[in-house]
Design a protein around this ligand. Structure first.
Ligand code: DX5
Ligand code: ZN
Length: 209
């Protein structure tokens, strides 16, 4: 299981030290919120650039923004592995093309109330599907187990359609539900509070792996 700690819950007053505590992770998940697509604002390209320059880990950028085309350039760093946009946002097709133009992995995310059917037309064009297991906007919410039905459906569609996308889940992940998530067929888990609310981050990451 690959692990992508979300820095949303990190202590931003000592971000550099916080980044060193998650060096055993596979990705760093950056939750970008515009205060419009979700009722919260997190951080933008300037802070993301600092994070990109302070880690050797690949970045997994999650754009929870209404106009992703406006923001993709600002998060296209050397070590940006994925930029994920929401199907519920504007200009999805154009944003997928723009991410591809930067030769960065394309991610597509669905909120809990959004169906898998709504992203089927895009699945041959994406490298990652991010199934939200909480309503986006805040860390520390409770995991929604019925979202595993979507993961199983995506796994079937991937096999039937000979697609290549990875399946990632995001929200409320911890040791109480990691087995459920793994059995459903998830490839990457995002974990914010489970990792950053622990003193021993490496141990928290190991337990999820
Ligand atoms: C919510 C974010 C998630 C969240 C994960 O909008 O997309 O990445 O921060 O945090 P936890 O693991 O604390 O639910
Ligand atoms: Zn996220």
């Amino acid at each position: 299981m690959k692990v992508a700690p979300s820095v949303l819950t990190a202590d931003f007053s000592q971000l550099r030290e916080e980044l060193t505590t998650i060096e055993t992770a596979d990705y760093i998940h950056l939750d970008i919120m515009d205060g419009h697509f979700v009722p919260n604002i997190s951080f933008g390209p300037a802070i993301a650039k600092t994070i990109a320059s302070k880690t050797r880990l690949p970045l997994d950028v999650h754009l929870m923004v209404t106009d992703p085309c406006h923001w993709i350039e600002g998060f296209a760093f050397e070590n940006t592995a994925f930029i994920t946009v929401h199907i519920e946002a504007h200009d999805v097709k154009e944003s997928i093309e723009l991410i591809r133009k930067h030769e960065i992995g394309v991610g597509l995310s669905i909120k809990p109330k959004t169906t898998v059917e709504s992203i089927v037309p895009f699945l041959s064009d994406v490298d990652l599907v991010l199934v939200m297991t909480v309503e986006p906007g805040f860390g520390g919410q409770s995991f929604m187990p019925d979202m595993m039905e979507k993961v199983r459906a995506l796994k079937r569609i991937r096999e039937d359609g000979n697609h290549r996308f990875l399946i990632e889940v995001d929200g409320g992940i911890g040791d109480s539900n990691i087995d459920l998530v793994k059995d459903a067929g998830v490839d990457i888990v995002v974990a914010g509070s489970y990792v950053f609310n622990k003193k021993d981050r490496a141990k928290a990451i190991r337990s999820l792996k």
